[in-house]
Design a protein around this ligand. Structure first.
Ligand code: SAH
Length: 314
């Protein structure tokens, strides 16, 4: 059974949240005064203890309310900090805003991607010159896609070039961020071309018209770069800059090539000979050609050889 004094002490502690043990001690002194001193002495002592007790209660009550305030303060501070934490990670945006921003970025990437696949090289160049942020946005989206791939074809080309003991002149046509040059640029002479000079390794141009002399390159690479509807002009430009016997190396998204034979035939019509085809995974096809002669002066256009690579909305 609970002692009444103890119950009081507990309720005191509950109200203030402090020092119950000492409260009980004081109360036990109060409720059980020592026998001996005179009654007035005892009353004085009792009053003094009551005063002390009251003062202590008041102090506890005050402290309690201060603590309560500081709890509220720290609560709201921590709430502020929490929401700050949620926003600071993405430059002041809430989680919902971040999600919306991602969706918009994704939509914008798909729009730019489709635009590049459904227009000519000249128009693409004009488009990014008018708004260079397009390139930045495209490459952010492109990098996000690359992360999902089992193999990045650029790595296959890097491995190939690393295995070549002779110093080669390489043209990376549609180089993106110029990873090829950044990795094997010490071993070989790598010329990197793209619509925008994303870094100092890159010469901006339309790859249908690159600033390299005739017959000056040993290897020409198109890594996922045959984007323009007039991509046969890119192929002809590769033929112009390659020496006879030079290599044309292409990596493309396999689903773009509806008829491989027709594609190979079209390239062979531009002065190349197929050396090998590799489809080492379900996503990409790699085609290697050798330049056997200069391409004919007149381009006979073959529409529909490559389908645009359209990324799905997820
Ligand atoms: N080869 C790089 C980038 C692939 S993305 C890689 O594999 O990582 C395709 C690149 O081709 C883009 O950077 C795009 O800007 C470029 N490109 C497409 N059409 C082009 C054109 N007509 N002239 C120059 N670059 C072009």
């Amino acid at each position: 059974m609970k002692k009444p004094g103890k119950a009081d002490a507990v309720s005191t502690r509950d109200a203030t949240g402090h020092d119950s043990a000492r409260t009980v001690d004081v109360r036990s002194k109060v409720t059980k005064p020592k026998v001996g001193p005179s009654s007035s002495q005892a009353r004085n002592k009792l009053n003094k203890v009551k005063e002390l007790l009251a003062a202590k209660r008041e102090k506890d009550a005050l402290k309690g309310s201060e603590d309560a305030t500081s709890t509220v303060k720290s609560d709201s501070t921590s709430k502020r900090a929490l929401s700050k934490g949620a926003v600071s990670s993405a430059g002041g945006l809430s989680v919902l805003q971040q999600k919306m921003q991602q969706k918009l970025k994704g939509a914008r990437f798909r729009w730019i991607n489709e635009a590049l696949y459904t227009t000519t090289g000249d128009k693409a160049l004009e488009m990014v010159q008018n708004d260079p942020s397009i390139f930045e946005e495209y490459h952010q989206g492109f990098s996000a896609q690359v992360e999902k791939w089992p193999v990045n074809p650029v790595d296959v080309f890097i491995k190939y070039l690393r295995s070549k003991p002779d110093k080669l002149v390489v043209a990376d046509l549609g180089c993106g961020e110029a990873r090829l040059s950044a990795t094997v640029g010490q071993q070989h002479t790598v010329h990197s071309f793209d619509l925008v000079a994303y870094n100092e390794l890159i010469t901006p141009c339309n790859i249908a018209d690159v600033p390299l002399p005739n017959d000056s390159a040993d290897v020409a690479i198109f890594c996922l770069a045959l984007m323009g509807t007039d991509f046969l002009k890119f192929i002809r430009e590769a033929n112009r800059i390659l020496r006879v016997g030079g290599e044309l190396k292409i990596a493309e998204v396999i689903s773009r090539v509806s008829d491989v034979d027709a594609f190979v035939q079209a390239l062979e019509g531009q002065g190349f000979k197929l050396a090998r085809t590799t489809a080492n995974n379900k996503m990409f096809i790699m085609l290697d050609f050798t330049k056997v002669k200069r391409c004919p002066a007149k381009l006979s256009d073959k529409p529909g050889l490559l389908k645009p690579c359209i990324y799905k909305r997820r």
